[in-house]
Write a protein that binds this ligand. Sequence first.
Ligand SMILES: Nc1nc2c(ncn2[C@@H]2O[C@H](COP(=O)(O)OP(=O)(O)O)[C@@H](O)[C@H]2O)c(=O)[nH]1
Ligand SMILES: [Mg+2]
Length: 365
Amino acid sequence: MTLTAGIVGLPNVGKTTVFQAITGTEAQSRSINMFSTTAPVPGIVDLPDPRLQQITDHIETKKIIPAQMHITDIPALVSGSSEGAGMGVGFLGAIKESDALLHVVRCFKNDGVQHSGGSLDPATDAEIVEMELTQTDCETLKRNITRVGKRARTGDKDMKAQVTAFEKALAFLDDGTLLRQAEFTDTERQLLQPLFLMTIKPVLFLANVGDDDQQGQGEHVQALRQYAEQTGAEVAHLCGDLEAEFATMDETDAAQFMDDFGFTESGLSRIITRTFDLLGLQTFFTAGEKETRAWVIHKGDVAPIAAGVIHTDFIKKFVRAEVYQFSDLMEFKAEKAIRDAGKLRIEGKAYVLQDGDICHFLIAN
Ligand SMILES: Nc1nc2c(ncn2[C@@H]2O[C@H](COP(=O)(O)OP(=O)(O)O)[C@@H](O)[C@H]2O)c(=O)[nH]1
Ligand SMILES: [Mg+2]
């Protein structure tokens, strides 16, 4: 699976700065103007994983291919966007299929950059954006209840089930419950899926801190953490301004710069770790002469599903897998030694993959 995420947030909170920091691109539209981003901007990020390099220390390869995440920067939401204020909400279509939302919240002080609410208040800011997403979902649900409702009244059972699921979701929102916190059956989730509702998506709040709170322990990040806890979301902090600068440097300079600022981990690694936690994801590897590659799957996925990430056909054609752990390779330093030590396992269709598995799949012709 390719992980996709959409960036949301109020104006001037650092959405484009964060986008630039994590995609390593130099965006043109980073600015102190309220609506400097006027159209969705897609980007692709290589997911850093030091294990890839370590694998190739022992298994020679022509090419290293990291897993990727697709990220889209969009114009800002403001209070009233769902009724057409600011840039409206039409651009949300660009992130409707995202697996998760990265909701950037301003936790940095900068008098030179106008704050849409007048003062720094992360929890309130987060809530304003979520209100607009809620309103957008309500509109989507009402529109679809009307559309499907006409056919449901003719007695069509499938249509009736749809209307019931839509009405249930609408009732949650009317009640002030975000859909990510609402309980639905698997069937209901399937019925809601085609509507691409915004508040049902998992949210990672990105606390954009100033360089006076690089550890993310200040009151503003704490306030956001509390809000996240109450609303079933996660928080990662990063200093957008600094990270955006690292991102445009070459690796050696960036490492030196990070060291100078006392950064032990890049904001991007933190975001990836939290997104993986949030979405229940893990990584497995394939390693060989041609290429060594990282793949993203869900925790609990069985071997044929993992093979299917490489090629959809492999789900059906899966025969068996040869599997060992990344740590085995670090210990024995070669596949042959792993095999000789009896650590190379033959696994069948029911095998549940573990993070860090290195796999060879046998596929039927
Ligand atoms: N001090 C400080 N300023 C920032 C930070 N992140 C963004 N800014 C500034 O805030 C302004 C708005 O940033 P931008 O990324 O365009 O915000 P967007 O409207 O949310 O996309 C720019 O002038 C940035 O340089 C940060 O972490 N610290
Ligand atoms: Mg922007």
